[in-house]
Design a protein around this ligand. Structure first.
Ligand SMILES: [Cu+2]
Length: 165
C-alpha cells in the first residue's frame, strides 16, 4: 500500500517535470522563430540639417544621424532631393578632400554620423532661392530598407574647412 502511493507520487512529479520541459521547449522554439522573422534592419534617421557650401555657390552638405536597431546591417546606396536639377551624391572626406562613394554601411545595432569633415550627402545645382531657413525633402535609398524620406532645413553655411574636388 505504501509503495503504491510512493509510485503514484513519483508518476505525478515526473509528469510535472515533463510538462515544464515541454513548456521550455515551446518557449525556446518560439524565440528561435521570432529571431528568424526579425532578422532585418530597422533604420532611423534624426538630427538632419543642410549647410550651404562657403566655396561652391548652390551646393550644400547634408548631415544626419542614421541608426539601425535591427538584427542585420543595411547600406545607404543613394539619395535624391525634391529640388529641380539638383545632383545628389554620397560623399566621404579623405585627406581633407571630398570623394564620391557608392555606399555607407549602417551596422546592425549601430549608428553612423554624417558630419562635417566626414561622411555627408552632397547636393549640387540647387535652385538660387535656397537659403538659410529653406526646407526641402531628401529621399534616401537603402539596400534592404528601401526608401526613407526626410525633411531637411538649411541651417546656414558650413564653416568646416575642406577642399573641394
Ligand atoms: Cu561633398
Amino acid at each position: 500500500m505504501k509503495t503504491d502511493i510512493y509510485l503514484i507520487r513519483l508518476k505525478q512529479s515526473a509528469t510535472k517535470i515533463l510538462s515544464v520541459l515541454f513548456f521550455i521547449a515551446l518557449l525556446s522554439g518560439a524565440a528561435k522563430g521570432m529571431g528568424t522573422s526579425q532578422r532585418s534592419p530597422l533604420i532611423n534617421i534624426e538630427a538632419q540639417e543642410a549647410r550651404l557650401s562657403p566655396v561652391i555657390i548652390g551646393s550644400a552638405s547634408v548631415f544626419m544621424d542614421i541608426s539601425n536597431r535591427g538584427e542585420s546591417a543595411d547600406n545607404l546606396i543613394g539619395a535624391k532631393a525634391d529640388l529641380p536639377d539638383a545632383i545628389v551624391e554620397i560623399h566621404d572626406t579623405k585627406n581633407g578632400k571630398m570623394v564620391k562613394i557608392e555606399k555607407v554601411q549602417i551596422p546592425s545595432g549601430g549608428a553612423v554620423k554624417l558630419k562635417p569633415g566626414s561622411l555627408h550627402i552632397m547636393i549640387f545645382h540647387m535652385p538660387e532661392d535656397i537659403k538659410e531657413g529653406s526646407e526641402f525633402k531628401i529621399l534616401l535609398l537603402f539596400e534592404k530598407s528601401g526608401e526613407k524620406q526626410i525633411n531637411v532645413t538649411v541651417k546656414g553655411v558650413d564653416t568646416h574647412k575642406h577642399m573641394h574636388h
